[in-house]
Design a protein around this ligand. Structure first.
Ligand code: URA
Ligand code: URA
Length: 205
């Protein structure tokens, strides 16, 4: 076994341990009301991670991130931009559903944020897309709003961070007019695709 193989298998072990730990978590009250813990899913050997806010009703029922209406819209938007959702890992700041889809509390995010941080360190992606205010504020430690931050590139520990509107927000703001949230998101998806293509090119060279 080469040292590279070793690192890979140790990483897989740490990932499985993290998943088991998150799956059994009782650190906050969301543990009492959840149906399933939503660890996140998708490719683990990937340059691209998406992070949302927290599971909704469909995600809680299925134990998978972004499988409801918002998730379906996200899949469509990515497909339109030539990005396959299955090539990315997708998760949330909090892994258990906040009742009635309220925003996660600072305490819930403090506990669960440690898990997200561990996921990101193990996945070590090149690009992190933050969907909406909650993940953007958590990652960038800012109180700025998504409208000001979307479409701009930031850095989190050497990972390029791109805030985009949350797909639920786009469901509520359906206009495709120039300058609308959907139009802006389309610009962001194209910028994301460009950056991914650039990464692939650099990898081949
Ligand atoms: N909204 C989110 O933020 N995350 C999900 O997984 C689903 C909806
Ligand atoms: N609030 C959010 O959390 N996300 C958006 O995309 C828009 C408003």
């Amino acid at each position: 076994m080469t040292s590279d193989d070793m690192a890979v298998s140790e990483r897989a072990l740490a990932w499985n341990e993290l998943k088991a730990r998150v799956g059994a978590c009782q650190k906050c009250d969301l543990a009492h009301t959840r149906t399933n813990v939503v660890f996140g899913q998708g490719a683990v050997d990937t340059p691209l991670v998406f992070v949302g806010e927290g599971p909704g009703a469909d995600e809680d029922a299925e134990g998978l991130a972004f499988v409801g209406k918002a998730g379906q819209l996200l899949t469509q938007i990515l497909n339109a931009g030539g990005i396959s959702r299955g090539d990315a890992f997708i998760t949330n700041v909090v892994k258990c559903r906040p009742p009635n889809n309220r925003a996660p509390t600072p305490e819930e995010m403090m506990y669960c944020g440690d898990y997200l941080e561990a996921q990101l360190l193990l996945l070590s992606p090149k690009i992190l897309v933050c969907l909406g205010n909650t993940p953007t504020r958590w990652i960038l430690k800012t109180t700025e709003g998504i409208t000001a931050l979307r479409g701009r590139w930031f850095d989190w520990r050497g990972i390029a961070v791109l805030p985009m509107f949350h797909p639920s927000y786009l469901l509520r703001n359906d206009s495709r007019k120039k300058g609308s949230p959907k139009d802006q998101t389309w610009q962001d998806v194209q910028a994301l695709k460009e950056r991914l293509d650039q990464l692939r090119k650099e990898k081949r060279e």
